[in-house]
Design a protein around this ligand. Structure first.
Ligand code: 1SD
Ligand code: ZN
Length: 261
């Protein structure tokens, strides 16, 4: 009997724990956020955003087969954006941002709010500077901070997203990359430095699902039009559509979830 095992780890979250034991852990992400089941967190200082208005030397848009990812370089003096304060202890440097979305408006986000999904979610991944690199930081439970924004549809296009959407035509297929002709400060993406957010301790939402992430989910959804969403829905992975690249919600297992406002 010949058996050919084809591993498609990113499309079948149920089987991730077989190859990546941490994906079967007890502090996994995403989770459902339930507004009447949260504790108020009083933080010693507000979440601070640094350098988000600094124009990068260059910005690239990459179709990595699982998502569309934006990363940049801020030159030899390394003026990369970073965040601190809020639930974080120390300074967390920006590494990349990427998106999760669905094939129709009723699905797409990773986090849900009162069991309702949003059509898209954007993740800004940061790692703790003290650990030197993202790879090293991923070994420590306070290693990463991911700031997340949910999107709801709107009749009007979100002008901020037009900074990247026109470039998506160049990266429709997997493993394609484009350098943006006019790099822009990330602050232009309408991230608006939220002071109202939900925070809890969880994991990466893709293998190896390391339980090293302080999640910060903005309480204020951003907007996207249908024609903008359709650009995301046209992107391809190595073996087909890229849409529905979200992981289903995971049990909280009694983890406290906090809100800051
Ligand atoms: O899915 C991303 C993954 O692509 C990678 O960016 C990882 C960080 O190394 O983060 C996860 S996520 O948890 O931010 N979705
Ligand atoms: Zn993500």
């Amino acid at each position: 009997v010949f058996q050919i095992a084809i591993l498609t780890p990113l499309t079948c979250p149920d089987v991730w724990p077989l190859d990546y034991p941490q994906c079967g852990g007890s502090k996994q992400s995403p989770i459902n956020l339930e507004s009447n089941d949260m504790y108020r967190l009083v933080v010693p200082e507000q979440l601070q955003w640094h350098g988000y208005w600094t124009r990068p030397r260059n910005l690239t848009l990459v179709n990595n087969g699982h998502t569309i990812q934006v990363s940049g370089s801020w030159g030899s003096r390394d003026l990369s954006p970073w965040i601190s304060g809020g639930p974080l202890d120390g300074e967390y440097k920006f590494s990349q941002l990427h998106f999760h979305w669905g094939s129709d408006d009723s699905i797409g986000s990773e986090h849900t709010v009162s069991n309702v999904s949003f059509p898209m979610e954007m993740h800004l991944v940061h790692y703790k500077k003290a650990y030197g690199s993202q790879e090293e930081a991923t070994k420590y439970e306070d290693g990463l901070a991911v700031v997340s924004f949910l999107f709801q549809t709107s009749d009007r296009p979100n002008p901020a997203l037009n900074a990247i959407i026109p470039f998506m035509d160049a990266v429709v297929g997997a493993e394609l990359e484009v350098t943006l002709s006019r790099p822009f400060p990330l602050e232009m993406l309408d991230i608006s430095f939220p002071s109202d957010y939900v925070t809890y301790l969880g994991s990466l939402t893709t293998p190896p699902c390391s339980e090293v992430v302080t999640w910060i989910v903005s309480s204020r959804p951003l907007t996207i039009s249908h024609s903008q969403l359709s650009k995301f829905r046209h992107l391809s992975s190595a073996d087909g559509e890229m849409e529905n690249n979200f992981r289903p919600v995971q049990p909280t297992n009694g983890r406290p979830v906090f809100y800051v406002s």
